[in-house]
Design a binder for this molecule. Structure first.
Ligand SMILES: *Cc1c(COP(=O)(O)O)cnc(C)c1O
Length: 393
């Protein structure tokens, strides 16, 4: 499948991505789906995932940064693409020329987008970001009338089209949280302000993965799921991926680089945070924080580290990171009767169906969210994409 000598790799099943996008389309039947592929598709590989999402019926792609949108265009992807996070001086003219939809999230952005449209010689398609309560980026409601008036005036000059109003939820992962309704109300009033000023909006969008799967009243014309595209549950306290028909796309695996017997009392890895209580066999897994493995996955004498599935086939065993995670590797206590050999497979996380731990298990072990587990995976880990041939070129 890949070089036989790989020390580690992330296998990404694009069939799972396509299936997950279909689940999201079914969850929001009245809305178009924007597959959020920022941060290298949450670590899964920007271009193959973007193509798979489009093949399964997503009609928009969403990325945080302008460079990510331009990377999609450079690869020949022409689907409707939206980008939303930039500071003054961003290459907005390049985005407008490349037919990328852009967000305006602050008053200064209005003039920069207008200047970009002049430079590009064509109107910019603009989505106005409203801070409905997340307290992150976006125009505050009290500034809206002024910003909207300016956008509508520039639209009259032919410099832009105000095609969308959008926002983002603070508690989408707690669907019953009162702020969800509260933000939706602020959002609806912002839309009214835009429409009363003369905007003809094509899309209103507010829903990430969690809201797409749980909160129909915020779907509007467009939903923006990211995490669920990759088959991970955005609401783990309500159910895992299978509760929603999702399948995790990424399997992170490595091959044991060393297997060796050590005596009782052997300190293991930096700081000897673990000391072998008996004669045992240690395995060396060639993945570390230089590859994005959280150092918080480390084990100690009292607390086992993150779970891993060691060995091939039916004899595979669930074990744990032993001692501290290093930059390039971590150790596992295989026990005195280990039969594993160097070269055997270790699965850190996968889709769960094979008995391997999941990215959610790793998130729980490391005190974080599954988003961070896949997204932080480093460039040194090759991504191997399965079933790419079913994507259109
Ligand atoms: C990342 C992001 C999304 C996708 O969120 P998920 O929780 O991964 O579905 C949607 N919208 C914005 C603005 C984002 O930053």
């Amino acid at each position: 499948m890949n070089e036989p000598w790989y020390p580690a790799r992330a296998v990404v099943d694009l069939d799972a991505v396509r299936g997950n996008v279909r689940v999201l389309r079914d969850a929001a039947p009245g809305a178009a789906v924007m597959a959020v592929v920022k941060a290298d598709a949450y670590g899964h590989g920007l271009l193959p995932v973007a193509r798979a999402a489009l093949a399964a019926g997503a009609t928009w792609l969403g990325v945080a940064q302008p460079a990510e949108a331009l990377a999609l265009r450079a690869a020949g992807i022409t689907a409707r693409t939206f980008t939303w996070l930039y500071a003054p001086g961003a290459p907005l003219a390049e985005l407008v020329s490349a037919d990328v939809d852009v967000s305006v999230h602050a008053p200064w952005g209005v003039e920069e987008v207008a200047a970009a449209a002049r430079a590009a010689g064509r109107p910019a398609r603009v989505h106005l970001k409203v801070d409905t309560g997340l307290g992150r980026s976006g125009v505050m409601p009290d500034q809206l009338p002024e910003v909207v008036a300016r956008l509508v005036a520039l639209q009259g000059d032919g410099l832009l089209e105000l095609v969308g109003v959008w926002s983002h939820l603070a508690f989408a992962d707690e669907p019953d949280h009162p702020t969800v309704r509260g933000q939706a109300d602020v959002f609806d009033r912002a839309v009214e302000v835009a429409e009363r000023a003369g905007a003809h909006l094509e899309v209103r969008h507010l829903a990430n993965s969690a809201a797409t799967l749980t909160t129909q009243h915020v779907h509007h014309e467009l939903v923006r799921p990211g995490l669920a595209v990759y088959g991970l549950s955005p609401v783990p306290q309500l159910g895992g991926p299978d509760a929603f028909g999702l399948r995790p796309a990424m399997t992170l695996e490595a091959r044991l680089a060393t297997v060796k017997a050590v005596p009782a009392g052997q300190g293991v890895s930096y700081g000897h945070a673990f000391r072998t209580p008996r004669d045992t066999v240690l395995g060396d897994v060639p993945l570390g924080y230089g590859d994005g493995i959280p150092r918080h996955a480390s084990g100690s004498q009292d607390v086992p580290g993150a779970p891993i599935l060691v060995g091939n086939g039916p004899s595979a065993r669930m074990l744990h990171v032993t001692g501290r995670v290093c930059m390039d590797q971590f150790m596992v206590d295989l026990g005195p009767d280990a039969t594993e050999r160097a070269g055997d497979t270790v699965v850190l996380f996968g889709d769960g169906a094979t008995g391997a731990p999941t990215a959610q298990d790793w998130a729980d072990a490391c005190g974080t969210i599954s988003y961070e587990i896949t997204t932080r995976l480093g460039a040194r880990v090759p991504r191997v994409h399965l079933h790419a041939e079913e994507n259109p070129a």
